[in-house]
Design a binder for this molecule. Structure first.
Ligand code: GAR
Length: 201
């Protein structure tokens, strides 16, 4: 059984949908650890309710990204994590984690990348007046939402939508898409060859 760590910074609705997919056996994996960079994040309560181990830290307590990622790496080894799932982790991944988990880190982003990377992608799309936006799952590299795309799903912007109604429809799509994509990724014998072929698409 693959062991994943979910990284999150905020509410954790995606964490919850992944945990529910695991409980319902729709995602055959174990969540070994939640890594959270925000001690006030609600996702911590969600993990505790599900008795999932949590590693929470404050980046400001460390002198560099390398310093806190080295500690994270130790935790990942302790819990024998082999795959990292970013779910609203609002921080770029540094070379310490990228080199240890090459092609084993994925992210979900609430837009059709490469449109609207970075923060508040839903607000960016809404204010740009696009008629279609969506959700992207992609491998993580050193850039901001720039890694190879694994899956995308479009969401129409409807007449009369507010930023909030659009957000709630995008999040509904996220909550279905992410567990399904993770299941597909983790169930294939993910050899270097398989990941190589995906990331070259
Ligand atoms: C999600 O919509 C996710 O796609 C987004 O943060 C939200 C977290 O919500 N991630 C990014 O914008 C990454 N660039 P959640 O805490 O309720 O899962």
């Amino acid at each position: 059984m693959r062991k994943i760590a979910v990284f999150a910074s905020g509410s954790g609705s995606n964490f919850e949908s992944i945990a529910e997919a695991v409980q319902g056996n729709k995602l055959q994996a174990e969540i070994g650890l939640l890594v959270c960079d925000n001690p006030k994040a609600y996702v911590i309560q969600r993990a505790k309710q599900k008795q999932i181990p949590v590693f929470v830290f404050s980046p400001k307590d460390y002198e560099s990204k390398e310093a806190f990622e080295t500690i994270i790496l130790r935790k990942l080894a302790e819990y024998r994590v082999d795959f990292i799932v970013l779910a609203g982790y609002m921080r770029l991944i540094g070379s310490t984690l990228l080199s240890a988990y090459t092609k084993r880190i994925v992210n979900i982003h609430p837009s059709l990348l490469p449109s609207f990377p970075g923060k508040d992608a839903i607000g960016q799309a809404f204010h740009a007046g696009v008629k279609v936006t969506g959700v992207t799952v992609h491998f993580v590299d050193a850039g901001m939402d720039t890694g190879p795309i694994i899956a995308q799903k479009a969401v129409d912007v409807l007449n009369g939508d507010t930023r909030e109604t659009l957000q709630s429809r995008i999040q509904e799509v996220e909550h279905l898409l992410y567990p399904a994509v993770l299941q597909e990724l983790l169930q294939k014998e993910f050899t270097e060859g398989f990941l190589e072929c995906l990331s070259e698409r």
